[in-house]
Every structure is written in C-alpha cells, then in structure tokens.
Write a protein that binds this ligand. Structure first.
Ligand SMILES: O=C(O)[C@H]1O[C@H](OP(=O)(O)OP(=O)(O)OC[C@H]2O[C@@H](n3ccc(=O)[nH]c3=O)[C@H](O)[C@@H]2O)[C@H](O)[C@@H](O)[C@@H]1O
Length: 406
C-alpha cells in the first residue's frame, strides 16, 4: 500500500468510527430524554416547539358541541377532579400548574400522571407567565377558563404572605389580562372561597351578605379577586363566575387541610390539635365533598354566558356571578375527629386548644339556593360517607395497614 492510499485508508477508518461513536451518543441521548408524553415536560424555549403545540391542540380538542377548557391548578385537588370530569364527558382540557412545593409535589405529580393517562396534557407553568398564556390563547380558541390555581390555606398566610399576593392577586390579574386580549374571549369560572364571609355572624351565609370583614390575608386576597373580577367584567366584557368553596375534602385531597393531617397523625399515634372557641364552643365547618364541588363547577361552566368583548374592548354588558358551593350542614371539628377515629379504628390523641387568632373563623354555613336555582346544584354526600371514601383512598395511596388497636 503506497503512502497516499494508507493515508486515505486511515482517514476513512477514523470517519467510520467517529460516525459510529456519534451515532451511539445520539441514540443514548434520545433514549434517556423523556418521551413526548412525559409528565415532566416544562414550558420553555426548549419545548416551545411544533410538537409541544400539537400536544396542546390535541388535549384541547373536544367532541363536537363540547367545551374547550383551560384549567389552571390542574394538578391541584379540585383542579385534577374537575379536569378528569370534563374530559370524561367529551370536553377538551388543557391543564396548567406550577407544581410549587406548598405541599408535597409528588402528590401533584401523581394527579398529573392520572390526568395524562386520560389524555389531559398538564403544562408546567405559572399563571404569572404572560408569554405562556398568550401562546396558549394563540394556539387554542378556549371557550372557557376554569381558574383554580391559587395559594390556598388560611393559616399559612401569616408565614408567607407574599405567596398569596403572587398567586391570588398578581396571577389573577395576569390571567384576566390574557383572557380579555384573547380572541374570542373565553368565559371564566374561578375559585373564590367561603372565607370571604370572615367574621360574618348571619347564618346561613348568603351571596347577598356583606363580605367586608376578612379574618385572614388569604380571605382578603379572595375578596380582592372578586372585586378585580368586577373590574374586568365592567371594562372588558369578560363573563366571570366566582365560586365560594366551603372546606372541600375527599380523595386526592390537600395534605395541608385538617381532615388530611388528622388522618396521618391519628394513624401515626401523634397528637392532634383540636381548636375550640371561648366557652368551650365547638368550631364547625360546612365540609363539602369533592364530587359535589365538581358538579357545581361543571354547572357553573355550562351556564356561563359568552364574554362580550373583542380586541380588548367591551361590546355590551357581560355576565358576572358569585355562587356559594357548600354542603348546607356544618359539622363540629370534634365530630370530624370522632368519625375519623371510627373509620381508622384508632383513638386520636386530642389536644384541645383555643382557636388561634391566625385567620380561622368559628363556623361556616352555606346557603346554596342561588346555585340550586341556576344550575340545579344539590350536594348529596354527608361527612360520614365522604370521609369513608377519603380514608379508603388514603390507606390505598399510602399503603398503610389499618391498625387494630381501637
Ligand atoms: O372553604 C374555605 O374557604 C377554605 O377551606 C379550608 O380552610 P379551613 O376551613 O380552615 O380548613 P382546614 O384548615 O382543613 O380546617 C378545618 C377546621 O379544622 C380546624 N383545625 C385546623 C387545624 C388544626 O390543627 N386544628 C383544627 O381544629 C380549623 O379551625 C377548622 O375549623 C381551606 O384550607 C381553604 O383553602 C379554603 O378556602
């Protein structure tokens, strides 16, 4: 072999092995990168691609005559249940959630996984992200927005007030801005809270009652949200419905809520703090089961009129509503604990403490006649039955063997 041929042979060999090496590397990269349906797909320049857009469109596609809904807070407790229910009946659903760590994000990921199996794409992104919202409204003509993303919890507001402003005020405004500029404008249904009744003592709570004495920053941000809704309805013709949820509980619930962490602590043999008012008065809540809340959310969506604005301008007056979604029968927290003890077959170690002045109110009690009249809202699950379903889920989800020491 002459010198020139040897040289060419070596180069060819080098190119051959370099190609094999690069090919292997590429193969390994693609194999280890998440598949397109991965639950961890995050919004950002790397996936703001035609493929990402296709997934959004596919998820938003509804059966003919059905709704196309953007659900914010879709990996949350109420959001995941509502998203699943909408998808089940043929509506198109795109979810949005920032997966923050206010409570265990692995529970949010598990909800997301379930939704993805049902064909609901949940985008990881924040409602404060204007660009993302604009992009979503550019890709899909959403008929409705179900806005459930929020910083929840009444007591946590003293620890992290900024998070309430970020999500419940700034986030709400960013979302309303995107909705008012969208063409067509969607109708909006969003989660307010029973906490807006604050120190109200007239029972049962009616939507007509005054709500100007919030007892927590959380309540104040929800009340502010109702006022902001009024503004966007008035100026831009957005159709907006606020739903005042009353202490929603059930399977896949929020670990920061009392019924949830009571269950955890009772099972672990840890003490629980049961709050009590002055003169040994029991604190009570109008606990409302998740399936009843979902029916209320769907009823509100189905009776929402269209927004009337376009190009950011109002054409005529649009619908503005607020509904209580409660159970109409308050139950003392002491009774909640007794039901849990029976269901878990474990005696709770109760520490009775005076109701702290950190946002809690003595009782809540919903008058639901308006929601009943407008969309036939009628809760059917009492606390005993609802907690039974929650406990079944809890034991299954956390794979805990029931203790037999009651
Ligand atoms: O419906 C509402 O408006 C609100 O309902 C719940 O707020 P809350 O009713 O305070 O629910 P929990 O935190 O689960 O408390 C339930 C009851 O247990 C009591 N509690 C709570 C914690 C505790 O350690 N001990 C205790 O006795 C509370 O005083 C309250 O009466 C949610 O956490 C809020 O996000 C929601 O907006």
């Amino acid at each position: 072999m002459d010198k020139h041929r040897r040289w060419t042979y070596s180069i060819t060999k080098l190119v051959f092995w370099a190609t094999i090496f690069a090919g292997t590397l590429l193969f390994l990269c693609f194999r280890s990168s998440p598949p397109s349906h991965s639950a961890t797909m995050k919004w950002g320049s790397s996936n703001n691609t035609p493929q990402w857009e296709k997934r959004v469109r596919l998820s938003a596609r509804s059966r003919s005559g059905h709704l196309s809904v953007l659900v914010t807070g879709a990996a949350g407790f109420v959001g995941s249940h509502v998203s699943a229910a909408l998808k089940r009946r043929g509506d198109g659903v795109v979810g949005l959630d920032n997966f923050n760590s206010y409570y265990d994000p692995s529970l949010k990921r598990a909800r997301q996984k379930l939704l993805e199996q049902k064909g609901v794409f949940v985008i990881e992104g924040d409602i404060n992200d204007e660009k993302l919202l604009k992009k979503l409204f550019d890709i899909v003509e959403f008929t409705h927005v179900m806005h459930l993303a929020a910083q929840a919890g009444v007591r946590y507001a003293m620890k992290n007030p900024g998070s309430y402003i970020h999500s419940n005020i700034a986030g709400l405004v960013t979302l309303f801005e995107a909705c008012k500029s969208a063409n067509p404008q969607p109708s909006i249904v969003w989660a307010s809270s029973s906490s807006v009744y604050g120190l109200n003592s007239k029972v049962p709570f009616s939507e007509k009652d005054q709500t100007d004495q919030p007892a927590s920053l959380y309540a104040a941000t929800k009340k502010a949200g109702e006022e902001i809704a009024h503004t966007y309805n008035h100026i831009y013709g957005l159709s907006i419905t606020g739903l005042r949820f009353f202490t929603v509980y059930g399977p896949w619930g929020r670990p920061d809520m009392a019924y949830f962490f009571f269950t955890k602590n009772i099972l672990k043999g840890n003490p629980i703090s049961v709050f009590q008012g002055s003169n040994n008065k029991s604190v009570a809540r109008d606990f409302t089961y998740i399936d009843d809340i979902v029916k209320g959310c769907l009823g509100a969506l189905d009776t929402a009129e269209k927004s009337t604005g376009s190009g950011g301008k109002k054409k005529k007056n649009a619908q503005l509503r607020v509904f209580n979604l409660g159970n109409t029968s308050p139950v003392p927290v002491t009774k909640l604990v007794s039901i849990l003890e029976k269901l878990l077959k474990v005696k709770a170690k109760r520490n009775v403490l005076p109701l702290p002045r950190n946002g809690d109110v003595m009782f809540t009690h919903a008058n639901i006649s308006y929601a009943q009249k407008e969309f036939g809202y009628k809760p059917t699950t009492d606390l005993q039955m609802g907690l039974q379903k929650f406990v079944n889920w809890y034991l299954d989800y956390y794979s805990i063997i029931e203790k037999k020491n009651y």
